[in-house]
Design a protein around this ligand. Structure first.
Ligand SMILES: [Zn+2]
Length: 84
């Protein structure tokens, strides 16, 4: 699929950026998201920092919960083509 080749203004930072700087999105009319990749990254990072205590607590909880579970050996397969 070819990405649209034009400049779009990011709805968050209001900067004009090439379509390459936006992630594809099936639900929008121009098939790319309204926020640029940088804004999504910044937003995710800000959200994580804001909720870091909660994420850390959840991770710790899962760690202690799963600590005694033994890993399951994956089924042996000679066909590795689907891994690529
Ligand atoms: Zn942006």
């Amino acid at each position: 699929m070819n990405k649209p080749d034009y400049i779009k203004t990011c709805a968050r930072c209001q900067r004009d950026k090439p379509a390459d700087c936006f992630r594809p999105c099936k639900t929008t009319r121009d098939k790319i998201q309204s926020w640029c990749k940088d804004c999504f990254r910044e937003n995710a990072l800000a959200h994580y920092k804001k909720n870091q205590a909660r994420y850390d607590a959840r991770r710790s909880e899962l760690y202690h919960k799963n600590k005694n579970i033994k890993p399951v050996t994956p089924p042996q397969s000679t066909d590795t083509s689907d891994l690529l």
